[in-house]
Structure formats: structure tokens, C-alpha cells
Design a protein around this ligand. Structure first.
Ligand SMILES: [Zn+2]
Length: 327
């Protein structure tokens, strides 16, 4: 890629937009249009990450790193320059489409009673939570029409994974949750595979920007678990979207001293407990303490809360969770 193409890429991806798409929030403006917030690159407890949206540059007073959007992508995803450029090019292609799809699905949610009923049954009731997670509903058979009417070619929808090879909506009768550069869809129908993601990485830990500043975080495996804990008032909760953590998620959890409470499913076959053990070892080797939570047999956090559990009953489970001594 030549200099001109690199400059063009940087122009097309405003740093602030990229940061916000990766969950970054400004704590306060500091004059001359510049913004200050927590650093997504190190464990930051008081805002030290400076962004200049006009110059498209950042600098962190904590970890003393700075640069443009490509430098940020290199540091954030821990990749070399060419890989960072490739990630940004891919993001540039998919981000506007995803943005439109998320908005469209969010509107559909309130038009489909079956979707709202399903959410209620899974413990998601408050409008505040639905807005916080930007939850939507994919009825199927209408996203393609909407996006092509906005001028997006079918080939772009296929590339993003929003349309199938045959041209149908890829997500049908699914509750959708926007992620960093991806979209998780949970099927309402028993005949379809329950979980679906768009092609590409699942991104970092869910809502990490919010959980990051807590010395103790609760890690769950599914977004419905995240939702019920959030609804019960826990803000130090994050989700790995499965029990296997990718490199970015591991790095996020290990970016500073903290205790991680693991609230994985208590499966009858022990797979959740096994995954928690395995993760405890990995995190322990990196100096992060873990405390696996023992949920009542057969429960995950979702079922715990929807079967009547509340924050007062969950707190003792946190207190009883014993420290794994892998550190
Ligand atoms: Zn920093």
C-alpha cells in the first residue's frame, strides 16, 4: 500500500469514530476541541488518554504512547503495521453497513411482540437495559431491502455476512446484540442454530470500557448473563461470548492488577467448570487472580436471576468464591 492510499485510509476513518466503535468514552472535554478519557491500552483509573479529533491523533499520559488511527489499531489489536492497515480497511467496509443494520434491527424490536416476549422471559425487561445494550430484532426478509434501498449493493451485504449467498437475510428470527465490528444473533426458533456471529473476530470483552476501571470484575460467558447482572445493578460485569477467550480479551483482563470472578454455566457435564479451571490457570500464569463462583447446580447467571434470585442473594456467592491459587 502506498503513502497516498495510507493517507486516504486515515482520512476515511476518523480516530474518534474508531475509538467510539471500540467502546471508548470521553470523560470530559479539555479545551481546543480535545477530549480526555480512560486509556483503552493500559489499566487506567483516572482519565489519561487524550484525543484530538481535528488532528486525528491520540496520546496517553499513563503509558506514554500515541499516534494516529493506524498506530492505535496496532497497539489495540497487538498486530504489526500491515495487519493493522488490513483490519482498518475491512472495518471501513463493514462499519457503515453494521451501523445501519443495528439501527434497523433496533426499530424492529419494538414492532415484534414475540421478540419483546422472549426478552422478558430471559430476564430483560427494562427499557434502560435494552438501550444500554442496543438490543434489536432481526425478523428476517427485510434487512436486504432496507439496505439496498439506502444504496448498499447486495455484494457488500454478502461480504459483511448480513446476506446469504442466495441473497436472503442471514439473521432470521434472532435477537441481535451489536458487538465491536460484529453482531451476535440469538435464535428464537429451536430449529436454527442458537448462536450466530458475522464472519470475522468477535471483538474484545463486552462493554469493557465500563468494567475496566473496577478492581474486581465478574466475567460471564453469554450476553443474557451479562444482561441479568446489569439489571440487578452490577456494573463491574463483562462477557467473553463463549468460554474460550481470544488474545485481545485475555490481554484486556490482564492489563492490570485485578480479581476476576468467573460466573460460567454450572453444566451437569462439568464443561463450564472445566473451562473456568482452564481459564483460571491461564490468567494465573499472567498474574491475575480468579475466583470461580459456584452457582446452584444446573444454573447459569440468567437462570439464577429469572428463577427469582436477586443481588442480595448473588453477593454471598461472590464472597464465598474461593481464590484459585494458580498465581
Ligand atoms: Zn495508556
Amino acid at each position: 500500500m502506498n503513502r497516498i492510499a495510507i493517507d486516504e485510509l486515515k482520512q476515511q476513518i476518523p480516530l474518534l469514530e474508531y475509538l467510539q466503535a471500540h467502546d471508548w468514552q470521553q470523560a470530559r472535554p479539555i479545551g481546543f476541541g480535545r477530549l480526555l478519557g480512560l486509556c483503552p491500552l493500559h489499566a487506567d483509573h483516572k482519565p489519561s488518554f487524550l484525543v484530538d479529533p481535528h488532528k486525528n491523533l491520540f496520546f496517553c499520559y499513563g503509558c506514554r504512547r500515541g499516534g494516529d488511527v493506524i498506530r492505535f489499531a496496532e497497539l489495540y489489536h497487538q498486530v504489526e503495521f500491515p495487519h493493522a492497515v488490513a483490519l482498518l480497511r475491512e472495518w471501513r467496509g463493514v462499519a457503515p453497513l453494521l451501523h445501519e443494520a443495528v439501527g434497523f434491527y433496533h426499530v424492529q424490536l419494538h414492532r415484534h411482540g414475540e421478540a419483546v416476549a422472549y426478552l422478558q422471559q430471559r430476564g430483560i425487561r427494562s427499557p434502560e437495559l435494552i438501550e444500554h445494550m442496543r438490543i434489536g430484532y432481526a425478523p428476517g426478509g427485510c434487512l436486504r431491502g432496507w439496505l439496498t434501498q439506502l444504496g448498499y449493493p447486495l455484494s457488500a451485504l454478502r461480504r459483511a455476512g448480513l446476506a446469504t449467498a442466495a441473497g436472503y437475510d442471514a439473521y432470521t428470527r434472532r435477537i441481535v446484540f451489536p458487538l465491536e465490528g460484529n453482531l451476535y444473533g440469538r435464535s428464537l426458533s429451536d430449529s436454527a442454530p442458537p448462536h450466530r456471529f458475522l464472519p470475522g473476530a468477535k471483538g474484545g470483552l463486552y462493554s469493557w470500557a465500563q468494567a475496566q476501571s473496577y478492581p474486581e470484575v465478574i466475567l460471564v460467558e453469554g450476553l443474557f448473563d451479562y444482561a441479568v447482572l446489569w439489571e440487578a445493578g452490577f456494573r463491574n460485569v463483562t462477557c467473553s461470548l463463549g468460554t474460550h477467550l481470544n488474545a485481545l480479551q485475555l490481554r484486556q483482563l490482564c492489563d492490570g492488577p485485578r480479581t476476576v470472578y468467573l460466573a460460567f454455566d454450572a453444566d451437569a457435564n462439568g464443561s463450564g467448570q472445566q473451562a473456568a479451571q482452564c481459564l483460571s490457570r491461564t490468567l494465573g500464569e499472567r498474574g491475575v487472580a480468579t475466583r470461580p463462583i459456584s452457582l446452584p447446580e444446573g444454573h447459569d447467571p440468567t437462570s439464577f436471576f429469572i428463577s427469582g434470585g436477586n443481588a442480595q442473594e448473588f453477593h454471598p456467592l461472590l464472597e464465598e468464591a474461593s481464590l484459585c491459587d494458580f498465581v
